[in-house]
Each structure stands twice: as structure tokens, then as C-alpha cells.
Design a protein around this ligand. Sequence first.
Ligand code: PMP
Ligand code: GLU
Length: 400
Amino acid sequence: MPRTLATRLKAVLPSATLAMNTRALELKAKGVDVYAFGVGEPDFEPPAHVLEAAKKAIDAGASKYTAVSGMPALKKAICEATLRMRGVSVAPEEVCVSVGAKHALFNVALALYEPGDEVLIPAPYWVSYPEQVRIVGADPVVVETSEENGWRMTPDALSRALTPRTKAVILCTPSNPTGSAYREDELRALLDVLRPHDCWLVCDEIYGEIVYDDFKHVSPAKIAPDLRDRMVLIDGVSKSFAMTGWRVGWSLAPKHVTKAIETVQGQSTTNATAVAQHAAVAALNGPLDALQSMRTAFQRRRDVMVAGLNSIPGVRCRKPEGAFYAFADCRGLYGISWNGKPLASDEDLAFWLLDQAHVAVVPGGAFGAPGYLRFSYAVSEERINGAVEAIRSAVARGRG
Ligand code: PMP
Ligand code: GLU
């Protein structure tokens, strides 16, 4: 059949997080002052020494291809940082640097999953996990979690979801979109369930540095070295160093898996941009005070955001352990009348909030949790307070 679209895309949804960002940007372009809680990216600038390193790299001629899996200096920096920050020792041959963590995950999907495979994904999940699995023709299998359990998958739920077709389990801790994170004992219990089952564990640790109070992120690779030969860790500089636009992320996987990933990448994007790789070296090797102050600011914002949301009648929000997302149960707002109809879904709520309060959020359905809204609170406290008041007035008007 000529001129048809590839059937593999039939079941694949566009990224809801990016769609919401586009909608908010369109409104902004029309001059509307939008409270942007949609897309998940830090509002901070990368540390000055990172920008300096990139400028120097340009002048020093970083204009050529690098090795497909990344410059040796960056792979070395990644190995050292992984040891320092996660207590996990990896070899450079286990690293493949990609064009962001999303790309690293896509490489993993192409290298590991195929039609007939099931990939377990606890819900609420980051929007791209199930879609990437679908693009390569495998089946995402959603494992429900509950807010009462802090949105953490229980060993029992994992055990019930595993089948002989389970090819991989994707864990994200701290999580996008809930901000909840697994404690060491909870992770250990999940790993105990996985141990007898021959499948991959893909662990997305991109928010590993963004944790609050005295919560400590623990990598599964640190506590289950015996399972390292089936683990793929995903990480990057996008979140912890506020470098979303630089597009540098990576996978850490056993050598033969990394080789397969390299083959995929060598036939698609080649290497991550050379200048961006230089910037990432500076980020990983440099002082971490910017990261520290970003974390302190995020923690304050989390507190303001969560308290603010909980002060709105009809909204309920759990206090997250990490990342920069507040995931609020907004079902109490259903029934408010808008354009002559009652609000009846999280999508309705998101459109209504954008229209009536100029607050951009992402509906929970996109993350497998209808009835919830995700607020990315990577914005100033003043803006958070402004948005909370705008929502409060919209609710009062709507109920009025
Ligand atoms: N994993 C998770 C859980 C994320 O939230 C994001 C955010 N975009 C990514 C991966 C992708 O990160 P990157 O921007 O490095 O592609
Ligand atoms: N991860 C961020 C989010 O969830 C960035 C957007 C994206 O890559 O999907 O909003």
C-alpha cells in the first residue's frame, strides 16, 4: 500500500508533556501571562563554568564527529560521577552517551524489546515509556500502584504482573510524574521478586540528585550487584544540571548491551553534539554547589506548591520525596460548570485551568492516572503563589 503511514505508529500517542508546553507557548506568544507548570524542566541556568567550557570547546574546534558512544573524557567523567554519586562502579565500555535520556531509553527499546515482549511499567508513568515500547512493536503492561502506597509498586503487584513474556521492567525513581521515590528496603523487596525471573531491569535515575529532606536515592545497581548483568541504568545532565536543551543523557548497561545500543545509535544519530559533550564533562567534573542550591530552592517550592494546592477546596496533593512534580488529585473539582458543561475529566480540568487561570499543567491521564493533574513546580515561589491564587479564584468563580 503506497503512501500510507507506518502501521507501527497507529497506537502511538504524541508526547502530552510536550503538547501542553506547545499550547502554553502559543498562549504566551499572544501576550498572555501563562503560569507554566506544564513541561518538566528546571528554570535555572546551567552553572557558569559549564557555559564557559562550551564556549572554550567551540573555539578549540569541537566541530567534528566524536566516537558514537561519546568522547572518552565524558565517559570517564560519567564513570567517576556514577561511582561518586551512586556508589556504582561502571567501565567506559558500559557507557553510551546519547542525545538526552529520552534517546538513551529509545535506544534501549530498539536494542532489547521486540514484538511478543511485554514490558512492565508501573503507573503513574512518564509519558514516553509505553509509547517507546509500542513503537518497537512490544506490549507495555501497566502495573497499577496506589497513592496510599506512595505510588510505589508493591512486590506483590510486581510478582502478579511478571509472565514468561516479560522482557523488562521499567522503574523510575524518583518518579516523573509523582515525585515519589523508592526507599532502599522497598527496592530490595522488588529486586528479590525479580531475581528468579530472567528479564531486564531498566532504571531511570535522572532525578536521583533531586531529593528532599533527608531522603537518599539508592541505585538498584548498588544494592544488587548480582543483578548488574541485567540492569540498564538511565541518567543524564538534563535535570540535575539544568541542561535540558543541551541534549546529553546516557545508558549504563552490560558491555554486549552497550554494543547493541551503539549499533542502533551508529545507524541513527551518531554521537551527541560534540560541544554539548564538552559542557557535560564540565558539569560532571565541576563543583556541585549549583546543584545544591537548586535542590534547596526546589524543596522550598515543593513545600509552597503542595501547601498551596492542599489549601484549595477539592484539591489534594501528596508531598513528594523528589523530582519537581506535584501530582494532585483534582477530582473534587469535577462538576464545576464551564462553557455550559460540567468539568468531568482531568483533560477538561487542564483546558479549563489554562483558559480560566492561565495555569498550564499536564492531565494525569497522560501518565496513566486519570483525575490527577501534574504541576511541574520548576518556577519561582512568587509564580507558584500567583498560580495558586489564580486557581483559587477560578474555582470560586466556577462554583459561584
Ligand atoms: N526520564 C524521565 C523520567 C524524564 O522525566 C525525562 C524528562 N524529559 C527524561 C527521561 C528525558 O530526559 P532528557 O531531557 O535528557 O531526554
Ligand atoms: N520530562 C519532561 C516532562 O515530563 C520533559 C518533557 C519530555 O521530555 O517529555 O515534562
